[in-house]
Ligand binder design. Structure first.
Ligand SMILES: *[C@@H]1O[C@H](CO)[C@@H](O)[C@H](O)[C@H]1NC(C)=O
Ligand SMILES: *[C@@H]1O[C@H](CO)[C@@H](O)[C@H](O)[C@H]1NC(C)=O
Ligand SMILES: *[C@@H]1O[C@H](CO)[C@@H](O)[C@H](O)[C@H]1NC(C)=O
Ligand SMILES: *[C@@H]1O[C@H](CO)[C@@H](O)[C@H](O)[C@H]1NC(C)=O
Length: 262
């Protein structure tokens, strides 16, 4: 009797353990006190400290030809872990350059995330799936804090939902279209703007930090919001930062076009 009871208790404990194993999670990194790109000593644990990609850029497109996404919203390009000086690594783990991003997100129950991506995270020249594979393989696999070792009881591909979820969450907190519109900067086929006014409207909403504005043929088509991070990309705190390099984005200082999508 006693031994049977003991066995049962052990079996139960085993079951509980099995459930935790199935639920593998990213490290919480509670109390991470080192801000990426700002450490003054060596940080050994790159699961709770983004390195060497300590600058995280949430990059956005304004695509008018062909049009991508809603008329009144910018769209997502990606989330890029750059070194703290404008250089970056790419395609850091070809074994994890998955070719089934849609299936992976569905397999983890991220259907809402996927449907958001189908509106706000599309390319101008291929399918969403191909674009997501490209962004994940080129940039996502270089995020040190999303490496398999950084998950407790790693379940293969579980870093993928973390990458896409964090990127979408950041994007939702960065409504470029509204911020520009609030400053009277709206798409127009005839009106033009001063680059300084565009930059001021965005910087004001990025804790006073500079936001990279990119132009093609004198029309704005990209913005990059720079961040440094306490902790991991999955669960950490993103702190607004300014660009860490001198790429000027090719915009003229006056007469900047902001072309309509419709
Ligand atoms: C910051 O941390 C990285 C990773 O441990 C290390 O290589 C680098 O030297 C550190 N920077 C400074 C200034 O100590
Ligand atoms: C399509 O996107 C690429 C970047 O991925 C950009 O360089 C190009 O200008 C875009 N093309 C059009 C027609 O918008
Ligand atoms: C996606 O692809 C990877 C490797 O190619 C595979 O291990 C995984 O099982 C696939 N996931 C789904 C949900 O199809
Ligand atoms: C997605 O990211 C948000 C913001 O970081 C977080 O609150 C939420 O728990 C994440 N969801 C999943 C499914 O990881």
């Amino acid at each position: 009797m006693t031994s049977l009871r003991k066995l049962t208790a052990e079996a139960l404990a085993g079951l509980c353990l099995a459930q935790i194993v199935l639920g593998g999670a990213p490290k919480q990194c509670a109390g991470a006190t080192e801000l990426s790109c700002h450490n003054t000593t060596t940080i050994a644990d790159t699961c709770c400290f983004n390195y060497p990609g300590g600058s995280l850029l949430q990059t956005q497109f304004w695509d008018t030809d062909p049009v991508v996404g809603p008329d009144d919203s910018w769209t997502i390009h990606g989330l890029w872990p750059d070194h703290c000086d404008g250089t970056y690594d790419s395609t850091c783990d070809s074994r994890r350059a998955y070719k089934n991003i849609t299936s992976i997100l569905k397999s983890f129950g991220n259907d809402d995330l996927l449907s958001y991506m189908e509106t706000y995270w599309l390319p101008n020249d291929s399918t969403g799936e191909e674009f997501w594979e490209h962004e994940w393989g080129k940039h996502g696999t270089c995020v040190s804090t999303l490496e398999p070792d950084c998950f407790t009881d790693y379940q293969p591909t579980e870093e993928v939902p973390s990458y896409f979820n964090t990127t979408v969450s950041l994007f939702k907190s960065l409504p470029t279209y509204e911020w520009l519109a609030d400053a009277g900067i709206t798409p127009s086929s005839s009106k033009t703007y001063k680059l300084a006014d565009i930059q001021a409207a965005l910087s004001k909403n990025h804790n006073g930090e500079t936001v990279y504005v990119g132009c093609s043929s004198g029309a704005i088509n990209q913005v990059y919001y720079y961040y440094n991070v306490y902790g991991s990309v999955a669960t950490g705190q993103f702190v607004p930062a300014s660009p860490d390099n001198s790429d000027d984005g090719n915009c003229p200082s006056t007469g900047v076009k902001y072309l309509p999508k419709n």
